[in-house]
Each structure stands twice: as structure tokens, then as C-alpha cells.
Design a protein around this ligand. Structure first.
Ligand SMILES: Cc1cc2nc3c(=O)[nH]c(=O)nc-3n(C[C@H](O)[C@H](O)[C@H](O)COP(=O)(O)O)c2cc1C
Length: 211
């Protein structure tokens, strides 16, 4: 099979200026609801790109756990590579790759740490196994084996056998406060529809971009 010959037409319909919501958050909400109703696997999965202190980018998938006009929330380990990157440079980029709908949404903004109260509220909702895993994994550090990870998990299980699992102080969350959105809808003959929302002097300005 030749990768050069691998292609498909995008036929999910057009995105028009008239159909766009004035607020990018409302437009996002509309598309997120459609992604969920379309039964895409992991509609809340988003790619998070960060940049390190040498200007080198890296990206990984995380799950969106909430959003409103203040920003987009996710949770992670505060000692992880992404957390180090964001501590040095809070500029990040998110991508939702809703490919089965011929769509992507790109969001550029600044990441800020969530408060302890916000983190606790979410941590308490996680399954116990995930809470223990947060304690067991020093995310992004080198480990010797799978066995070492499982041993650590079992130790945490014993340590917190009684009562609730507390939030590790090395675990937390972020809010990405957007300054730019792009909504992309694949079109026939590669004539895709792209709309950019840019925050300028407190207002969201909408422009169509060439595909
Ligand atoms: C579908 C999916 C969802 C994920 N969700 C999260 C998440 O919400 N938080 C998280 O820290 N890692 C999540 N991960 C793991 C990350 O992609 C990544 O491996 C981890 O956060 C370490 O990244 P880092 O070393 O760049 O900091 C997820 C991975 C996948 C594939």
C-alpha cells in the first residue's frame, strides 16, 4: 500500500460564516455535543503542545475535564514534562482531532494552575484505582520496569487502605485560557472551511482562512 495514494474525500458538509456562533465557546460547545452524540471514541481527548526552555516543542494527549468562558481544564502530574514546560512557558496549544466528522479545533492560549480546591473537587470524583495510580506514578521519570510500577501501586494501596485517598501534592490541574480558536471542517476537493476567532481588545473577531 502506498501512503501517497491514501486519501479520502471530506463530505460531512460545509461550515459557513452564517452558521457560526459569535462566541467561540458556544461554537466549541456545539461541536463537542455533536462529537459526543456521534459516538466518537474519546471525543474529549485533546493534543496538548508545550514548549521547553530551549524552545523545543512536545505534545501529548490529555482529556478535557471541563470548559467554560474562563478556559479549558485538564489534570496531570505537576512533576511531569508538560508541567515543567508550562512552568517555564505557559503558552500552549490544544487540538481536538475529530477526524470521523472531518473536523479539528485548535485552541491557542495560556495555561494557569488550578486552585487546590478545584483540584480536590475533581480528584474526589476519580475512581479509587486512578487516585492510587496518581500516587504510584512519578509521571515522565525513568523507571526500571513495569514491575517497579506495580509494586509502587500495591504499596500505595496498602498505605491508603483505610479511608479516602488524599490528593498528592505533586498532582494538579490547569486551565487553558484561550486567545485564539480555529474551527476546521474538511471540504470536497480539499476546499476546506477554516474560521479563526482571535481575541482583540476584549472582543472575538472572526476571519475565514484559506485552506
Ligand atoms: C486518550 C489519552 C488520554 C490521556 N489523558 C491524560 C490526562 O488527562 N492527563 C495526563 O496527565 N495524561 C494523560 N494521558 C497520557 C499523556 O498522553 C502522557 O503520556 C502523560 O501525561 C505524560 O506526558 P509528559 O511526559 O509529556 O508530561 C493520556 C493519554 C491518552 C492516549
Amino acid at each position: 500500500m502506498s501512503l501517497e495514494d491514501t486519501r479520502r474525500e471530506y463530505q460531512h458538509g460545509r461550515l459557513t460564516r452564517e452558521s457560526l456562533q459569535d462566541s467561540p465557546f458556544e461554537q466549541f460547545n456545539l461541536w463537542m455535543e455533536q462529537a459526543i452524540h456521534s459516538e466518537l471514541s474519546d471525543p474529549t481527548a485533546m493534543c496538548l503542545a508545550t514548549v521547553d526552555d530551549e524552545g523545543k516543542p512536545w505534545q501529548r494527549t490529555v482529556l478535557l475535564k471541563g470548559f467554560d468562558e474562563q478556559g479549558f481544564l485538564f489534570y496531570t502530574n505537576l512533576g511531569s514534562r508538560k508541567a515543567h514546560d508550562m512552568a517555564g512557558n505557559p503558552n500552549v496549544c490544544l487540538i481536538f482531532p475529530w477526524l470521523d466528522l472531518d473536523r479539528q479545533v485548535i485552541i491557542g492560549g495560556r495555561a494557569e494552575r488550578l486552585s487546590k480546591t478545584e483540584v480536590l473537587k475533581y480528584f474526589l470524583k476519580r475512581p479509587r484505582g486512578s487516585q492510587l495510580a496518581a500516587w504510584a506514578s512519578k509521571q515522565s521519570s525513568r523507571i526500571t520496569s513495569r514491575q517497579a510500577l506495580e509494586t509502587q501501586f500495591m504499596q500505595m494501596k496498602e498505605k491508603f487502605a483505610a479511608g479516602e485517598v488524599p490528593v498528592p501534592d505533586f498532582w494538579g490541574g490547569y486551565r487553558v485560557v484561550p486567545r485564539e480558536f480555529e474551527f476546521w471542517q474538511g471540504g470536497e476537493n480539499r476546499l476546506h472551511d477554516r474560521f479563526q476567532y482571535l481575541l482583540e481588545q476584549g472582543a472575538w473577531n472572526i476571519s475565514r482562512l484559506a485552506p
